[in-house]
Design a protein around this ligand. Structure first.
Ligand SMILES: Nc1ncnc2c1ncn2[C@@H]1O[C@H](COP(=O)(O)OP(=O)(O)OP(=O)(O)O)[C@@H](O)[C@H]1O
Ligand SMILES: Cc1cn([C@H]2C[C@H](O)[C@@H](COP(=O)(O)O)O2)c(=O)[nH]c1=O
Length: 208
């Protein structure tokens, strides 16, 4: 019987290097003989990618706080059902660029709904599919990097004011303190290779 793969999420605020690192981490794990599926949120399945457009495009007022949190959770339920669970059952490792902790930090911590309310919505959406390890990239200049990358094209949530994004970072620190076994804060400064080495080291106890 094939053993279940590991589920790893990369988290953090805007521009801290998640998309860069999720690919680099997959390459590092593949080099160790681990078959990886790289995915992202919001998105990662056809239905969830359609919901991504609804969430990230349009006016700030397009969705209220509750509707926004529920749309993220609906996208996540489809992502788990169609993409994550099948890959884990095949014994593959799933590396997701953002997952449930983004909802806890953005909609719960920064958006005013509260972390526990958003956790309960998501408990229904994901069932037992919490990540085995969540690596939160921390970098003070992440937002500057994102603004340099996006110029005037920030999405509906990335374009929110600095105070919102400070609250996101505070919430990520709180989540890490509450769940030290699952969640690790990772220094995302330095070269991409240096960051990848820190990520691999933070998975040391899960590696075969
Ligand atoms: N270690 C690094 N040093 C310098 N630049 C980096 C590093 N890692 C990523 N970058 C650059 O910083 C920018 C943001 O990186 P990336 O898109 O990977 O971040 P992200 O966390 O996925 O962002 P977002 O959440 O906003 O999508 C990109 O232009 C990327 O090329
Ligand atoms: C999963 C998830 C994401 N968000 C926000 C965070 C970002 O501003 C965007 C996604 O953009 P990216 O460039 O692909 O990182 O969505 C959120 O608010 N809540 C979530 O659950």
């Amino acid at each position: 019987m094939t053993s279940r793969g590991r589920f790893i999420s990369l988290e953090g605020g805007e521009g801290v290097g998640k998309s860069t690192q999720v690919k680099a981490l997959a390459a590092a794990l593949e080099a160790r003989g681990i078959s990886c599926l790289v995915t992202r949120e919001p998105g990662g399945s056809p239905g969830a990618e359609a919901i991504r457009e609804l969430l990230l495009q349009g006016e700030e007022t397009r969705w209220g706080a509750q509707a926004e949190a529920l749309l993220f959770a609906a996208a996540r339920a489809d992502h788990v059902e169609k993409t994550i669970r099948p890959a884990l059952e095949q014994g593959r490792w799933v590396l997701s660029d953002r997952f449930v902790d983004s909802s806890l930090a953005y909609q719960g911590g920064a958006g005013g709904l509260g972390i526990e309310t958003v956790r309960s919505i998501n408990a229904f959406a994901i069932g037992e599919h919490f990540p085995d390890r969540t690596l939160i990239l921390m970098l003070d200049e992440g937002r500057d990097r994102a603004m340099e990358r996006d110029r005037d094209a920030s999405d509906r949530i990335g374009g929110r004011p600095s105070e919102y994004h400070h609250k996101v970072e505070t919430a990520f620190r709180l989540i890490a303190a509450e769940e030290p076994n699952r969640v690790r804060l990772i220094d995302a400064s330095g070269s991409p290779d240096e960051v990848t080495q820190r990520l691999v080291a933070a998975l040391g106890d899960l590696l075969p």
